[in-house]
Design a protein around this ligand. Sequence first.
Ligand code: GLU
Length: 428
Amino acid sequence: MADSSFNPFKMAQQQFDAIAEQLNLDQATRDFLRNPDREFQFNIPVRMDDGSYKVFRGFRVQHSDARGPSKGGIRFHPQETIDTVRALAMWMTWKTAVVDIPLGGGKGGVICDPHNLSMREQEGIARGWARQIARNVGPVQDVPAPDVMTTGQHMVWMLDEYERITGTKAPGMITGKPVGLGGSLGRTEATGYGVMYTVREACKKLNIDIAKTTAAFQGFGNVSQYAVDLYTKLGGKAIAVSCWDHEDKKSYTYRKMSGLTFEELIKVTNKFGEIDKAKAQEMGFEILPGDAWIEQAVDILVPAAIENQITKDSVMKIAPTVKIVAEGANGPTTPEADEVLKSRGILNIPDFLANAGGVTCSYFEQVQCNMNYFWTKEEVLDKLDQKMTAAFHAVYNLAQERKIYMRDAAYLISISRVAEACKLRGWV
Ligand code: GLU
C-alpha cells in the first residue's frame, strides 16, 4: 500500500498554494502558513524486554497555534516520516478551523511497529515521547491525542509522565483518554460517526435516501468501524470492507452483497483493526483482492485507511454508480485523482471535514475536563452532530454558490479563518 515516492507534505503544500492563490493571500501569510510554526525531532531510548536498548525516533510538529493551542494525534507507524507528520499537522490546522473550534493544528509520531512490541515496551515509547516533549506540549500549548496505532492507554501513559514531570494534574494536556480518567463518552465513536453525519447530510442534498444506498469502505480501524456502525444504523448496506489480514499482512476486500454489519465484522477483527481472513471465510464473506473495494458498484466510497489511496490510476476504477466519496482517512486522494472526481461530478467530502469528528470530540473532552463535569454520551453525540452538520452545510453551500469542488470550498473557509487569526494577532 505504501508508495515511497509519495510525499504527503508536498501534496498538502500544493493544495494550500492553490487556495492561497485563489484567496489572493499576501506573500508573508503564504510563507507563514505553508510551513509548520515549529517542529521537534528526538530520540526515545527504551529498554526492551530482552534487556537490550533500542532507540526510536519521535516527532512533534506544531503547524499552527493561531486559533488556539495546537491539536492533533500521535501515530505509531513503521513508515513514519517527518514529511508525513508535517502534512498531517497542516491538515489538523484546517480541520479545527473548518469545524470552528478554538484550536490549532499539530501532529506527532514515532517510527515503530506496535505489532512487534510488548505493552511494556510500548509504555516505554509512550513515556519517552512525553518526556522529550513535556516542555512544549500542555493544555494551553499543544494537546496530543490518539491516531494510527495509538490508543487511550498510550494517552494515559503520556499524561502520567507529563504530570510527574510538571508536578500537576493536567487532564487537559491530552485527549482520547479512557472514560473515568478524563475521557469523554462518545470519543471512540466520534470520528466514524462524524464521517456518517456528513454522508447523511450529503445524501439529503443529493436527494438520495441513505437507507437505499450501498457503500464500500477501505480500512477497519477505529474510523471505519464506527462509520460502518452508524451507516448500517441509518439503514445503508455496507457491502465491502477492505483491510489487512493479521497473519500475512496483505490486504483483502471482504464482501457480502446482503450487507456486512459492525457486530459480525468486529468478531473477526483484532485490536489493530485487522480482519482474520480464515475466520471471515468461515463466516461466509467473499474474499477479493485488497484494492477491489474501490471498484464496487456502490453509491458511497469511504476511504478510511491511510493517505495516497485514490490516485490517478486507482480513481479510474471507481464505478459509475458512485455519487459520494467520504474521506475518513487523512489525505487519501491525490490532486490528480481530485481532478477526475471533479470532472465526474462526484461529491467529495474532504478528509479534514469528513473526519473532523474525532478532534471535535477531543475539544468536548477538554471542555469537560476544564469544568470537571462530564456529559452523557447522548449529549456528546448530539453536540457532535450539530457541529459536523453545520460545518458540512457551510462547505456545501459555498461550493454550490461558487460552483467549486468541496475540498476547495473547505480550504477556502479554513485558510481564511486561520489567515485572519494571524492578521488579527499582527503576525504577518
Ligand atoms: N487523530 C485524530 C485526527 O486526525 C484526532 C485528533 C485529535 O483528537 O486531536 O483528527
